[in-house]
Design a protein around this ligand. Sequence first.
Ligand code: SF4
Length: 489
Amino acid sequence: MCGIVGIYGNDDVFKDIYQGLLAIQHRGQDSAGIITYDDRFHIKKGNGLVRDIFTAENVQRLKGNIGIGHTRYPTIGGGRGEDAQPFIVNSPFGIIMAHNGNVINYAQLKKILFDKYHRLLNSDNDVEVILNIFAQELVEQKTKSLKPQNVYKAVEGVFKKVRGSYSVIAYIAEQGIVAFRDPYGIKPLAYGKRDDGLLPSYAIASESVSLNIMNFSYIKNVEAGQVIFIDKNRRLYTQKLANCPHRPCLFEWVYFARPDSFIDNVNVYDCRVNLGRLLADEIKKHNLKIDVVVPVPDSARDAAIEIARKLNLKYREALVKNRYIGRTFIMPDDQARKSSVRQKLNPITSEFEGKNILLVDDSIVRGNTSRAIIQLVRECGAKKVYFAVYSPPLRYPCVYGIDMQTKTEFVARNANLDQIAKKIGADKVIYQSLESLKKAVRLGNKKLTDFCGACFDGVYPTGDVTPEILKAIEKERKLVHDSQLELNI
Ligand code: SF4
């Protein structure tokens, strides 16, 4: 999961891109980069948070009315400085590109690019593969001035070769800005317009909240398999190039996206409230005696409030999160993980003492964090601890850019509900069904007929996820985890 922002504007765009990236910092805190263009490219990239990488000096230096920004969450590639996006190629024209997603045939394409086209890729970042394939497709058209058809043809070439999920923004020097979403539209992408000069300004971003904050309106989604091209005269062209079923990532509404964003026209906050309501129906069936509903902060709050309202129960924010602790370094053993949870969350003991507690969370991955939280609540004197999760059990790895652990580490893998409850130390675990999750999203947009829910049911929309690919991705993930940081999902 990463965040991308691109602008073709009337004035210098650095400040807008900076604001747009800050709005989607939750999509990746590993590294960030901005490249702008006036009559040449101006580049600044680095490891860390957006606010720490860009300084007042960058405002002076990153000139130009066109630019692309990226905030990174490491998937393919280990998060080294040279893996920070956007990437650049000098030929043809000079092209910059950033993406959100994961290319699953990355290794084969990297080899083909070298063997067949003598293009040496200098990083482990999969956007470099997309960029070089796109550039090669343009080279082969041998044109000095690009028309929309040239751009469509190049994107078609990308669609034919690149497997996986990718939402992409690129700028081709003196030609125009391009954005496209993979044929299944797994990762989100939206664009908007701002009337602030003789010609309109356009912006494209991973989440609508970036466009809101940069004052862009008339917001639309880039559709699955669609390309948009804004040429040097600021004319906007759009074309649908693939007709695969749209399969957006369900986890965007569960956890990734900001509640104030719209993903494919579904408000994330409303969806989480709906998820709470549907989960309350499921909880009711168990006839539990619950004294108080407590969310695991922060993402579970919206659903937990609705559960308490629907079940007519007391709601208390009795786990207090320290917002100033960032991600925690990998904790090699369970004891160390427990202390990391302890640093992040502090309980209000009186809210738990002698009571039956319903904890609400968005998901359970390995179960270590849930186990540590449940233990914390028990140490406060809780009588019973029930654990309700407003997404279904996670059982399969995501190959589309979300760094979940390998399949053997999922607490729900090969386990029934009683076994999961035992593993995390709960008196009962209640999950949302996959059907209810889909229903909650569809309540916001009836046109969404199907989704990617592969981490729940193992059905990968791109259909070509072989055991070898899974193995290679798991190996890559293990390297990232062993050498770097624990990601907090
Ligand atoms: S596998 Fe899960 S997290 Fe990955 S894209 Fe699909 S729904 Fe999203």
